[in-house]
Design a protein around this ligand. Structure first.
Ligand SMILES: [Mn+2]
Length: 321
């Protein structure tokens, strides 16, 4: 029976997909995200399914669960994830084999642990790249694996991958599929001229874009934001926070009728809850981790999103909005 893999397009998503692909060689690989998961699940017909690194968000959770039920009634569904579940949803309600992270284990670590016996042992370093990409390289398993390598080499490879994936190729799914295949063949990012070229270009861009963020950042109370800056949303959100001198940074990008956002903080441990609440109050979607989140709202709601986010963050930290 054939397999299909749905993965997130960031470093952890690509590395976890590559490990899953190494265990299920003929699998087809697709990239998706929390907001697109439902649409993509509807396309799954007669196949087993692996989902990796895709958060379940509150909006459409009923429809997503019913799609998972439809597929898992006939086929295998393995769902690897380390994002907090939406409030009020328990693991028992999700009709799939759930492999969930504890203690900040990233998706790459979960997939690696699950398929370990089936994998070329050297692919352990692909797991480490994913973990570094998600700042999740401090777990017991990752530390164990790191001790079997010279970790300086692995950080170089991970750094190249992060640069490449945060670069201009964001929605180039064929490129990412090729990268999944390349990594599954136990080949190093540093030995691929195309990857090196993209990574270096991204470094040049990073240096320029930080200056653009410095002059474009707007501040609403305790939230700094930038919009439609042609750069990685995650990095833009981080530097908006830094240059706006706020506790939360947001980077937004208009896409058709929506605005997609990355949100970053170092001051909160429940950012995903706040973001998801604010997004839902505006009929959008949102979720993520304790200090990094993402959201999508209608483009007309963007400024309201920033204002409501500021209110919620300020209440949470006892600050003046
Ligand atoms: Mn992840």
């Amino acid at each position: 029976m054939s397999w299909v893999i749905f993965a997130h397009g960031d470093c952890d998503g690509v590395c976890s997909a590559s490990l899953a692909f190494s265990a299920k060689k003929e699998a087809k690989v697709f990239f998706t995200n929390p907001a697109g998961l439902l649409q993509d699940l509807r396309q799954v017909k007669d196949e087993n399914l692996i989902i990796t690194d895709i958060a379940l968000t509150s909006s459409h959770k009923k429809e997503i669960i019913s799609e998972l039920k439809r597929i898992s009634s006939k086929y295998e569904v393995l769902y690897f994830d380390h994002h907090p579940l939406p409030l009020g949803l328990s693991t028992e309600e999700i009709p799939a084999t759930l492999i969930r992270g504890e203690d900040d284990s990233c998706a790459s670590e979960l997939v690696y642990s699950y398929f370990r016996d089936k994998l070329n042992p050297e692919l352990s370093r692909v797991m480490v790249y994913g973990a570094i990409g998600d700042y999740s390289d401090n777990t017991k398993i990752v530390k164990e694996v790191l001790s079997e390598w010279d970790k300086r080499e692995l950080y170089l490879e991970a750094g190249i991958l992060v640069k490449v994936l945060e670069g201009t190729k964001k929605r180039d799914y064929d490129f990412k599929r090729n990268l999944v295949l390349y990594l599954s063949q136990n080949k190093l990012p540093s030995l691929n001229e195309e990857l090196i070229k993209i990574a270096v270009q991204e470094s040049v861009l990073d240096e320029q874009m930080r200056e653009v963020i410095r002059v474009s950042t707007r501040v609403v109370g305790n939230v700094a934001y930038v919009k439609d800056i042609p750069w990685s949303l995650g990095k833009a959100a981080t530097y908006a926070r830094v240059y706006g001198k706020t506790v939360v940074g947001v980077a937004a990008e208009e896409r058709k009728e929506y605005v997609d956002m990355s949100i970053r903080t170092i001051a909160l441990d429940n950012l995903y809850e706040i973001v998801s609440r604010v997004a839902e109050s505006l009929n959008g979607t949102g979720g993520g981790h304790k200090n990094a989140a993402g959201s999508r709202v209608q483009k007309d709601s963007f400024i309201q999103f920033i204002e409501r986010l500021n209110n919620e963050v300020s209440i949470c930290l006892g600050l003046k909005p």
